[in-house]
Design a protein around this ligand. Structure first.
Ligand SMILES: C[S@@+](CC[C@H](N)C(=O)[O-])C[C@H]1O[C@@H](n2cnc3c(N)ncnc32)[C@H](O)[C@@H]1O
Length: 228
């Protein structure tokens, strides 16, 4: 599915529109990059899952300028924007078209993602995917996911999502408009509660940390234990 068909945003307009769609976008991305410091090994090879227009890849290169990044995305048009916006840093980034669920993941020191892993539709798929990530990471490597990670209880889940609706309401004509925008994503977005995310990561062989959280978003770090 293309970003245009899912978000009704042309890739060239994505960077402007995404801030209307997602609160805290500019805060979360540098926090994902900052969490690279949790790797218990030098970070040279990074995979960026759902690289999009390259905002996270750029943030990672600000933290680790000598890193090489593998940016994977299913939407070639998004990566064309990334290529343009990366400027001279494009030399450090290899852009790979395909689903991160299928593309073989190369051996690496860190795997990062911002606002992308909610596109994994079932817990079973996500569990299998986290195991593949663990297998690709060198010992001491980290998986860092910045995404919506609401509370598990129905009340907590609703409270967390309400923060998002309040943000959408500013642009899309109040709460009713916000709800319409959010509901339009329902067939392709699955927001897994934080507690479940942590469980999936543990089962895949990771220790976990949550270095940043502002409802409903969080940065969740999986730190490799020995092979699961
Ligand atoms: C909301 S955008 C986030 C892009 C970027 N990470 C950011 O923070 O701006 C989600 C991106 O994930 C990509 N994507 C979704 N599912 C994917 C999949 N299974 N494999 C590869 N890319 C995927 C989309 O094409 C899109 O570019």
């Amino acid at each position: 599915m293309s970003v245009f068909s899912h978000l009704a945003v042309a890739p060239g307009d994505y960077d402007e529109r995404i801030r209307q769609l997602i609160p805290l976008y500019d805060e979360l991305i540098p926090e994902v990059a900052r969490a690279l410091a949790q790797a218990a090994r030098p970070v040279r090879d990074i995979i960026d899952l759902g690289v999009g227009t390259g905002a996270l890849a750029q943030a990672c290169l600000r933290v680790v300028p000598a890193a090489r990044i593998w940016g994977i995305d299913a939407d070639a048009a998004m990566m064309r924007v990334a290529r343009r916006q990366l400027g001279r840093r494009v030399a450090r980034v290899r852009l790979v078209e395909g689903s991160f669920l299928d593309v073989p993941l190369p051996a690496c020191d860190a795997i990062v993602a911002s606002y992308a892993l909610h596109h994994i539709l079932t817990l079973r798929q996500k569990q299998a995917f986290y195991r593949r990530c663990h297998a690709a990471l060198r010992p001491g490597g980290v998986l860092i996911n910045g995404d919506c990670a609401p509370a598990s209880t129905p009340q907590g889940f609703a409270r967390d999502l309400d923060v998002w609706f309040a943000h959408l309401a500013q642009t899309f004509g109040g709460r009713a408009g916000a709800r319409r925008v959010y509901d339009a994503w329902a067939d392709a977005d699955v927001y897994v509660p934080m507690a479940t995310e942590l469980k999936l990561l543990h089962r895949a062989g990771f220790d976990t940390d949550v270095p940043w959280r502002k409802s409903p978003f969080a940065v969740i770090v999986g730190i490799t234990r020995s092979r699961a």
